[in-house]
Design a protein around this ligand. Sequence first.
Ligand SMILES: [Zn+2]
Length: 310
Amino acid sequence: MAAGSAGWFVSPSRGRRTLEGMYRDLVEYMAEDPAARYKLIVGSDSQLRQELVFVTAVVCHRLGKGARYYYQRVRHRRMASLRQRIFYETSLSLEVAGDLSRLFAERGWRTVAAFQTRNVPHLGHEFVQKMAALQTDGLLIHPVLGEKKAGDFRDEVILAAYRALVDGYHRPDRTVLATMAYTMRYAGPKEAIHHAIVRKNFGASHFCVGRDHAGVGAFYDPLAAQREFARYPDLGVTPVPIGEVHLCLRCGGVVAADTCPHGGDEVRPFSGTRLRRLLTEGGAELEELVRPEVAAVVRSFSRPFVAGAR
Ligand SMILES: [Zn+2]
């Protein structure tokens, strides 16, 4: 079967390339402007005329500044059903995406921890990201952009806040900030598993599972999502359960609650509600919760939240 990455990739501007050749082109392209943000998109489609032809496209999009484009054609004997064609299209995309992410991984990152988020980062998130990154070679900070519920932070706010955090407080050689277009389903444990599988397809080996991951209100048991992973030992991605984190004035910083013996007035929890209020109204306590650069970015937006009935 002449499927996937075995054949030639064609670039309208650069001609025929092997998979490795295309990979080298892409690395070179991204090295031309390392400060830019890039999005790598892989997709397949099929056309039935005289024969059945599958086309897999690889697009490296330099955000706001053009793109580089490759495609691969695979001929196939006729397929009886549309469903079979769709499965084949999907398998072609996944194969190319998998091969490319393997090549990128060979740059030195054997393991990558993915951090899913739909919030502005507070100091607790940063602590957790750094704890996860200790277990792996690289950290993928992967905010979800797309439809959200009323009262959530707007996409532009989340992205701008994360840029400020990553630029100021994460190691550039070990951190990637990328976005994912995705509509949250708030399906709790099941969605947590789905999030992990998607990140595995992005090349992650580890996935941070928050308390009440993809939950809504008090609908799910906060630990249900983390427990759910025990039911899928063959997932191929290692869950990194995120415990409770708080600011402890006695310990003198952000700590895992499980490691801190203090309580009462000495301890400040990271409450989303409190963070929203302080980010809207300002106040000295804001510094306890977020980096000043992050607070400044969020406060520069006049409408940081998704509008609508709560
Ligand atoms: Zn303490």
